[in-house]
Structure formats: structure tokens, C-alpha cells
Design a protein around this ligand. Structure first.
Ligand code: GLU
Length: 277
């Protein structure tokens, strides 16, 4: 059964850009007579707030966008994500990274540095160096060893609706963090786990997550999970061409509603955007 989802992080109120994303997935699910699921990606307690989570559910319901089944709330499933991280660790695909943000920034900026990608400093630590740092109680995060994971995964591919078959290039993002001390999992791991748990056959989301898809497809391969079809849509921008962000309060569904906008008006707006896109 065609199944897609909308998976916002409750770090602020929904704005028109989110609504466009939700609407794109929702309309497609309805056109396919499929399933539309809602998931709240609230694993980061430093950025997510329960009042935003409640507001997302309320705003979507007000807008007349109904989802199938229960809302999946990620913070209630940390044990599952921890188990997935442990599996990867047992496969030897994670390594401890002790680098601070500033150390990483310095290494990236160095001549021949890796640009925005983690330069792999801690991947090259000897077992002894690693044990010493652990014994000294240094804080660390667990990173995915992309090179090693790729070596065992062959050449994973995914179907992107606008492009056709794409060979995964997870080196675009490199050795991403899959777990931290404060949050024992990460966006990448939770998304992959939950898309499988929720039976998602089509991931429809903004093109800002296009590079992440390459990591997700690799994780699906090593964890033995199915790879959905992907469709990355364009992002809504403001009149100046700047991407809408949560800080642009003027465009939140709440403020629009307070200013007298109706659900029908909202649907017209996103529909018109698609018509001219
Ligand atoms: N939670 C992510 C966000 O709000 C979206 C995740 C996804 O669609 O895969 O940007």
C-alpha cells in the first residue's frame, strides 16, 4: 500500500514551508488512495518542546490535514533506536569521536581539509589511543564509518522520482554522528528506523534533505531495511527568494490563522505555488 509521511521536528511553530511539504505528501497519498502518517521527530530535548509538538498536531487538524493511525512520537522509542545503534556497533560500523566542534572546524579549514565533511580524525585513532581517551572520561559521539559500511554494502541505489535510479554517495555527508551522550541516537538513525516501522513506501520531503538520503539508503542496506522511493520537492521561498524558516514568524500557520486566514485559503496558497512552480 502506498504509504508516505510528514515528519516535522517540534522546534517551533509550523510555517507555510512545512505546510507545503505536508500538503505535497498528503495530496499524493490521497491521489494514490494510500496512507499518510504523521511522526514527531522530537529526540533532541535541547531544541524540541512539547508545546510545539501539541501545536503541530493542532495546526494540522485545523488545516484539515488528517493522518492515518496514531502519531509516532520519537522520544517514546529511544530504546528501539539504542538497539539499532548497538547493532551497528556490533557490526564494527561505529567509532567514538572525541573531537570538539572547534577542532573539527580547524581540520576542515586546513589546506586539503574535507570541507563540510568530518575529516575522519578519530577514525584513525589506534585502539590504544581510543582506550586512553575513554579511560580519561573524555566525552564522545559515535560516528558511522561510511567507508567501511560502503565496503560491505555493494553499491546501494535508490529511486528518486525526479531523476530515476541514483547510486548512493554517502560520502557527500561523510562519517555522520549516529549517537551522542545527551541524545543516544540521531536524526539519521531514527528516520531510517521509523520509515521502516511505519511501512513508508514513498518518502516525500524537501530538497534540503536530499544529501541525507544517501546516508539513509546506506543505513537501510546495512540494517537490512527496505529502501523507499524518494521524492524531494522544492522549498517554498519568500518574495526575496529566501527559504522560509521557523524564525520567520510572520509565516506560521498560527499567525496566519490569527490574521483571519482560513484552511481553504491556505490550501489555495500552496496549490497556487505548485501551479507556478
Ligand atoms: N524532521 C525533519 C525536519 O523537520 C524531517 C525529516 C524527514 O522528512 O525525513 O526537517
Amino acid at each position: 500500500m502506498f504509504t508516505t509521511r510528514f515528519a516535522p521536528s517540534p522546534t517551533g511553530y509550523l510555517h507555510l514551508g512545512h505546510f507545503f511539504s505536508a500538503w505535497t505528501a498528503f495530496s499524493r497519498a490521497r491521489a494514490e488512495r494510500g496512507v499518510f502518517r504523521l511522526r514527531l521527530e522530537d529526540i533532541d530535548p535541547t531544541r524540541c518542546r512539547p508545546e510545539y509538538a501539541a501545536a503541530i498536531v493542532e495546526d494540522l487538524a485545523w488545516a484539515g490535514m488528517f493522518w492515518d493511525g496514531a502519531v509516532r512520537v520519537q522520544s517514546r522509542h529511544l530504546v528501539e533506536y539504542g538497539a539499532a545503534a548497538e547493532r551497528l556497533e556490533r557490526m564494527g560500523l561505529l567509532y567514538a569521536c572525541f573531537c570538539s566542534r572547534s577542532e573539527i572546524a580547524r581540520a576542515q579549514a586546513a589546506p586539503h581539509g574535507a570541507g563540510a565533511v568530518y575529516p575522519g580524525t578519530c577514525r584513525r585513532l589506534s585502539a590504544e589511543e581510543r582506550a586512553d581517551k575513554m579511560a580519561a572520561g573524555l566525552p564522545y559521539a559515535l560516528r558511522l564509518d561510511v567507508g567501511r559500511a560502503m565496503a560491505g554494502a555493494g553499491k546501494p541505489r535508490f529511486f528518486e522520482e525526479s531523476e530515476g535510479w541514483v547510486t548512493a554517495a554517502p560520502e557527500l555527508l561523510g562519517d555522520v554522528i549516529l549517537a551522542r551522550r545527551e541524545v543516544p541516537t540521531s536524526y539519521h538513525l531514527c528516520v531510517v528506523h521509523d520509515d521502516a516501522v511505519q511501512g513508508v513506501t514513498h518518502v516525500i520531503r524537501g530538497e534540503d534533505l536530499r544529501d541525507s538520503t544517501h546516508i539513509h539508503v546506506l543505513l537501510q542496506h546495512v540494517l537490512g531495511l527496505p529502501t523507499p522511493v524518494y521524492a524531494h520537492h522544492r522549498l517554498l521561498t519568500d518574495a526575496a527568494g529566501k527559504r522560509l524558516a521557523k524564525r520567520d514568524f510572520a509565516a506560521t500557520l498560527r499567525s496566519m490563522r490569527e490574521a483571519g486566514e482560513t484552511p481553504a485559503g491556505l490550501w489555495r496558497r500552496v496549490g497556487e505555488f505548485r501551479a507556478v512552480a
